[in-house]
Write a protein that binds this ligand. Sequence first.
Ligand code: EPZ
Length: 417
Amino acid sequence: MPDILVEGTYKLNGSVKVQGAKNSVLPIIAATVLCGGVCHIENCPKLSDVDASVKILEHLGAKCHFSGNILSIDPSGINDYVIPDNLMREMRSSSLFLGAILGRMGKARISSPGGCELGPRPIDLHIKSLKCLGADVIEHNGCVSLDVQNGLIGKEIHLSFPSVGATENTILAAVTAKGVTIIDNAAKEPEIEDLADFLKSAGAKIYGAGNDRIIVEGVKRLSSATHKIIPDRIVAATYISCVSSTGGDIELKDVNPAHIRSIISLYKEAGCEFSETTDSIRVKSNRRLKSVSTVRTLTYPGFPTDAGPALISSLSIAKGTTIFVENIFQNRFRYIDELKRFGANVQTEDRVAIIKGVKNLSGAVCECPDLRGGSALLVAALAARGNSVIKKTEHIKRGYEDIVFDISNLGGHILYI
Ligand code: EPZ
């Protein structure tokens, strides 16, 4: 992927459509494995993580076709249950395919997803749920093999942590299991509700998605479905962070304000002005941000971990000091060393970051360590005086359809080089 060149301090003005949600489309692509006919996924963002998921589907035997932002999938030819190591390594959230492959094929095999940039990414909660539903699990030589002799049987499952992925895999395994599954302490993220809406449009019986107790009544099979992906709340948060750092007045179109209440409230406290309609948000930032009270990342509806890095970049030029506590991932601060190249004053100790606002950042050359760290460096570059070059931008392409195009359209001086 080419580097990104940014000439900072230009204000952002205008309107931008927010893409479909990466963390909604990935589990929904996996869910099509269970479907009996062609599925059309609308508002599908063009991301490298989506490409990786399509590669897995095609490896399993499905046929996929992109037309504009509609991804059409014909799962009828699926005849395999193994995700090879090379495809697993491309995207750790490929573990989301486990429940769906198990539901369709009665067995599934993946190589252990291993860690990622954010630290160890175990799937013990996923495996525990699938075992509870009747799967025999063998973990050997870095491979996880699951097998159900007599079909999946609905059960009551309590998740010790409201894991997004474990909730999604449990739902996917439960939708065609025999009997009723109850998921207690389920994740409540909007992407869970979107997955359930897709599955229900294919004939699944799911109640309570979006709450911490989800009930799934197993059905024999699923049909085809057409579904529009919800807006990406983290992309919306990233654009709010951009304008809060450069100053300006932007309108985010095709967003759901209800999905980003915790984000709006924080940027309001920092000094941004907001107005909203049911599907748009207007953000004005015409003064230097102020520091905010301690920020703690939490599961939904708390402040989302994925919106943390960009917020830290914005607060690095705020007036005052902010304390930021990361409660979800072990290794979320890898990008901070790169952020310091811009002159940011951020000290980290384990999962705590102390952000002492400086008056200005200066342009720098930096490298993206991961997806959200990369977007945070882009925020810093937009605010910094002078030119910046951002390298390893393939990380950004995993989750942002075309942030360079979007920001440039809003008046940012940014281009691929
Ligand atoms: C999803 O990851 C998202 N990814 C992440 O977004 C997001 O940060 C995360 O949820 C939290 O909201 C997708 O949806 C594809 P978790 P997931 O299971 O499912 C631990 C981005 O940048 N855990 O809720 O992996 C885990 O290690 C990405 O878009 C276990 O210990 O998140 C982590 O510390 C990053 N055992 C915590 O729980 C398990 O079996 C949260 O994980 C599962 C998880």
